[in-house]
Write a protein of this length. Structure first.
Length: 469
């Protein structure tokens, strides 16, 4: 009923337990997309029985050769409702065009297109999938987002609502207004108390005046090129990092997808990409290491100054800065180059953790899905507090490279500082243990390259570049 879809299967995307991804789950949202109208009170048409033009029950429509349109009709009834709703499907596309016209007793009501209840969980790690659940709305050129807190909503009556959308980690449903007739939009979210998994459930609607609505429904994967081609700014919903990091994240994704045309294995590609990033960052890294070694070389002189000017901090600071100047050492020289690298590293983290290109992408041996942890085998027990029940190889390798790297860098560091760094390495191991294999593969390779860089490419003589006294 309601002239809606009961199932929408993505043939190119599989579920981890078998079968294909279906973005319509009747247990959480009935049927979508819904059509509603307001004439006094707001009513939806979900329970109305529409007729379908020209097609018989069970008939299969094939849009491979060209667009195919389903036309739903409803007429009569006590309220004299006359409705025509058309859904047009296109070849090799996740876009569905929706055109709807409603008259109620010869009046033209406000018309709403609604996506109710969000999208189903599709990933093996349900908590990670739910972390990305959102409802989004582009209104007045500004993006509004909610993450599903109970009763939370956003949106207002505005003639400039461009689209409304709900999303998961890898998939989205977006209703994009097709023309300037759009009126208002709203999104809402809540955490259902009727399901045991406390799944965030979102709804989104966009309204039109004049008894008619025209929009594109994008129902599919969060593939940048596909949603950018809609020309509505829907790509703003993608996870590229915060604010200034977004252009960097977009550039990283562009490089990855284009390299994939040459290297059609994302595991191998990540190794190559880590080498490329190391090459690009090498001048900054080399400068940082060089400055650190120079600082280490003059530490005995700094210690002498501390003993000489004990109790006179002002004189100590003056003499220390004079010493730095005499030896051409910048006390911030070791930090600034590393800080300049951080935006790139943060962007890499955001893109690698959530890009759909890694979903279901195999590498070698036991690594069959770069979007999931690289589980080698199940443990016969669950580790208390951590909740780990699988043995994952890559995060352990990554942790080992971090510890070895820290060991080689902190030979002359105070023991207290060394202890702190080892604790931090253990903390990162815990955090990354359940992260996707692609992310751990990249950072393992990056750390291994850093170790080689420290051993073979960094100047061994820290005083070679210092100025004479």
């Amino acid at each position: 009923g309601g002239g809606t879809l009961q199932s929408y299967t993505l043939n190119n995307y599989s579920l981890w337990e078998g079968g294909k991804v279906d973005l319509i789950d009747t247990t959480i949202n009935g049927k979508n997309p819904m059509l509603a109208y307001r004439l006094g009170a707001e009513l939806d048409t979900l329970t109305f029985n529409f007729e379908i033009d020209f097609y018989e029950d069970g008939q299969v429509l094939d849009a491979k050769a060209g667009p195919v349109t389903l036309t739903y009709r409803l007429s009569g009834g006590p309220e004299q409702i006359n409705t025509i709703k058309k859904l047009t499907f296109y070849p090799d596309s996740y876009r569905i065009t929706i055109d709807a016209d409603i008259t109620v007793d010869s009046s033209t009501p406000e018309v709403f297109l609604i996506w109710s209840g969000g999208l189903p969980v599709t990933e093996k790690n349900e908590d990670d999938d739910k972390y990305y659940f959102e409802a989004n709305l582009l209104q007045g050129g500004e993006l509004f987002s909610i993450s599903g807190s109970d009763g939370e909503s956003v949106g207002q009556n505005s003639p400039d609502t461009r689209w409304v959308a709900v999303r998961t980690k890898y998939f989205t449903s977006a209703i994009v207004a097709a023309h300037q007739q759009r009126r208002d939009g709203a999104t809402s979210g809540h955490i259902s108390s009727t399901n045991n998994d406390k799944r965030p459930q979102h709804s989104a609607q966009i309204g039109f005046d004049g008894g008619s609505a025209a929009a594109d429904l994008y129902l599919g994967p969060l593939e940048y090129d596909r949603i950018a081609d809609l020309g509505a700014g829907l790509e703003q919903t993608m996870t590229f990092g915060w604010g200034p990091l977004r252009p960097i994240g977009k550039g990283i994704l562009w490089i990855l997808t284009n390299l994939y045309e040459i290297i059609p294995n994302y595991g191998v590609l990540l190794i190559v990409f880590s080498i490329l990033v190391k090459v690009v960052l090498h001048p900054l890294t080399r400068k940082s290491y060089k400055s650190t070694k120079e600082m280490q070389a003059i530490q005995p002189l700094v210690a002498e100054l501390k003993n000489k000017h004990k109790g006179d901090s002002q004189k100590l600071n003056q003499e220390t800065m004079k010493l730095y100047k005499e030896h051409g050492v910048n006390p911030l020289g070791g930090c600034l180059p590393m800080l300049l690298q951080m935006p790139i590293l943060f962007s890499l983290f955001s893109v690698f953790r959530s890009t759909i290109e890694f979903r279901g992408a195999p590498f070698v041996l036991w690594i069959t899905d770069l979007s999931q942890p690289d589980q080698l085998f199940n443990l016969p027990f669950t580790i208390p507090l951590l909740g780990w029940s699988t043995f994952n190889v890559l995060p352990i390798l990554m942790g080992a490279t971090m510890i070895y790297q820290q060991k080689t860098m902190s030979i002359q560091s105070p023991s207290q500082q060394k202890s702190f760094m080892y604790i931090m390495n253990g903390f990162f191991l815990i955090i990354f243990y359940t992260f996707p294999a692609g992310l751990n593969l990249y950072y393992t390779c990056f750390n291994a390259l850093t170790i080689l860089q420290q051993k073979y490419m960094v100047p061994s003589s820290p005083l070679s570049s210092t100025k004479p006294n």
